[in-house]
Design a protein around this ligand. Structure first.
Ligand code: URA
Length: 435
């Protein structure tokens, strides 16, 4: 029996399971203009309330994947591994992780996104490097992954075009926060990269998409289950995103911090996030037998300079100025500097990542609409992180802006909570989820 679009929407509305070929047909019909945007929106809202079975989520992922082309990286030797983060504030991990893992012999093809809302995007941060191009063709992408070991680009028009259409509808119809739709959206793009394995960094906390552990765990398990059913090795780490990651929030300022990590420096939480994900990638990529060996290999690549040199080669291949690796002052930094000071003495008990992310957006570092431009030079430097003891009047953060912004200063100040005692330490990696 062939069900019409209206019958499929009604079936999902009433909680029935759709067949694989019905889901494939729906996505094909959307792209061919036989299903309208308002019908698709009704379907998405039905999924939002009724959910999807694993089989339906796999079918939706595959239908969205097949709406475009899948890169063929089979001519590049080795197990190709990528990382995807669900996004947060100060999350510049991809920028240090990809060259680091590539320097250890695991090819990393990485298709990244732009910032939206309070979360930053890897492409915006990379484009702070003078000349750096993220709009490469699939052929150039494959060539650079083969020669350098890694390449970082944006979604091309051939990668999961159905996701682009559906995401635009979800964004304006309150259907973004839905696990099967998120899973299909993320995995359809990642599976199109020609990877063999994927590590997922599912962020949890105030600055994350998933604010509580239970919902983050449900998303991570679904991503691992569907990715595994699609024939890939997939592992997820649930990591803390209550406070911003590292000390820099913005674009160029975050790329500087990621380069610091490649030189063996940088803040402890950022280093730990990078090593934890990198270790998973080295084990999946067959370059280490376990986490201990993987961490030792990663640390050697940092201290030997191999990771920093790989970053230089990637930047050069992508038409950027590789001298930024040894001289990060070649990237822009806004010249109006103001400080936010502690109102009282005590311990920094928390820093609200969402509030800091929103402050950065008001300064011009982020965008509220997909078509907005970002200012690469503005940013926030946190001078005290949770657990730090501070005196009254001590600087907590520095703001780099184009003109003094009392609003941004007030937002950053309000993000800091100062208590009477040192807060309990929180582990960065909260949980590991495998198939
Ligand atoms: N990121 C994506 O790519 N898709 C979603 O649906 C949510 C986050």
């Amino acid at each position: 029996m062939h069900r019409s679009t209206v019958e499929l929407i009604a079936a999902k509305r009433d909680g029935a399971e759709l067949r694989t070929e019905e889901i494939h047909g729906l996505i094909e019909a959307l792209l061919e203009g036989r299903v309208t945007d308002y019908q698709m929106t009704a379907f998405l809202m039905a999924v939002f309330f009724r959910g999807m079975t694993d089989a339906e989520t796999v079918a939706l992922t595959e239908a969205m994947l097949r709406s475009g082309s899948v890169l063929d990286l089979s001519s590049i030797p080795g197990i190709k591994v990528d990382k995807h983060s669900t996004g947060g504030v100060g999350d510049k991990v991809s920028i240090c992780l990809a060259p680091l893992v590539a320097a250890c012999g695991v090819p990393v093809p990485m298709v990244s996104g732009r910032g939206l809302g309070h979360t930053g995007g890897t492409l915006d941060k990379l484009e702070a490097i003078p000349g750096f191009r993220t709009d490469l063709s699939s052929a150039d992408f494959a060539r650079i992954v083969g020669s350098v070991g890694t390449c970082m680009i944006g979604q091309t028009k051939d990668i999961a075009p159905a996701d682009k259409r559906i995401y635009a509808l979800r964004d304006v119809t309150a259907t973004v926060e839905c696990v099967p739709l998120i899973v299909a959206s993320i995995l359809s793009k990642k599976l199109a990269e020609g990877i063999d394995a994927l590590v997922l960094d599912v962020k949890v906390g105030k600055g994350a998409f998933m604010k509580d552990l239970e919902r983050a765990r449900v998303l991570a398990k679904a991503l691992v289950a569907v990715g595994t059913r699609a024939g890939k090795k997939v592992t997820a780490l649930l990591t803390d995103m209550d406070a911003p990651l590292g000390v820099a929030v913005g674009n160029a300022i975050e790329t500087r911090e990621a380069i610091d990590v490649l030189h063996g420096n940088g803040p402890a939480d950022l280093i730990e996030n990078t090593l934890a994900l990198g270790a998973e990638m080295l084990v999946m990529g067959g370059k280490a037998k376990d986490e201990t060996e993987a961490r030792a290999t990663l640390k050697r690549a940092l201290t030997s300079g191999d990771a920093a040199r790989t970053m230089e080669r990637m930047i050069e291949a992508q038409k950027g100025d590789p001298r930024v690796v040894d001289d990060t002052s070649r990237m822009p930094l806004a010249s109006v500097v103001s400080e936010v000071n502690a109102e009282r003495a005590g311990w920094v008990s928390s820093i609200d990542a969402l509030a800091v992310g929103r402050a950065a957006v008001t300064m011009g570092a982020g965008r509220t609409r997909a078509e907005d431009a970002v200012d690469h030079g503005v940013g926030i430097l946190l001078l005290a992180k949770p657990g730090a003891k501070v005196d009254k009047g001590q600087p907590l953060a520095k703001l780099y802006t184009r003109s003094k912004s009392a609003d941004a200063e007030a937002r950053v100040k309000a993000a800091f909570e100062i208590g009477d005692a040192a807060p309990a330490t929180r582990p960065l990696v909260i949980e590991r989820i495998t198939s």
